[in-house]
Design a protein around this ligand. Sequence first.
Ligand code: ZN
Length: 141
Amino acid sequence: MSQQTPPPIPVPAPQPESDFYWEKCKDEELWLRHCKTCDSAYFYPRDICPECFSRDTDWVQSSGKGTVHTFAIVHRGPTPPFRDRTPYVPAIVELAEGVRIPTNLVGVEPDPEAIKIGMAVEVVFEPLDDKISLPKFRPAS
Ligand SMILES: [Zn+2]
C-alpha cells in the first residue's frame, strides 16, 4: 500500500492590486495597504480605502505581531484537499496595526485548551509554490 500525496489546496490568484503583497510574502514580509487620508491600515490589499473610499493609499510593513481574535478547529474538511489536512486551525488575527487578517494558526496543538483568544502570535510564511507564500501565525516566542 502506498501513501497518497494529498491533492493541492487552492492557491490565491494574484491580481494587479495584490502583486506587491504576494511578492513581499514570498520575501517573508507582511505588508498592508494604508490610507493616507484617514491614516488607517487595512486588509485585504486594494487601492480604495474601505473606511473613507480615498484612493490616496500606500503600503506599510506590518510588524507581523498580533493576537488571536477568534479561531476554529476543523476536524472535517469541506473538500478533499482540506479533508486530508485536518485537524487545522483557521483564525482571525488582529495585527498590532489594528488590522484583522484571516489566516491559520500553526505550531499549536489543535486543542481548544491550547489556544486562547488574545494570545500573542507572530507571522510565519508557508510556501505553496514559486509565487505564493501564505502568511500564517504561530505563538509568539
Ligand atoms: Zn481612508
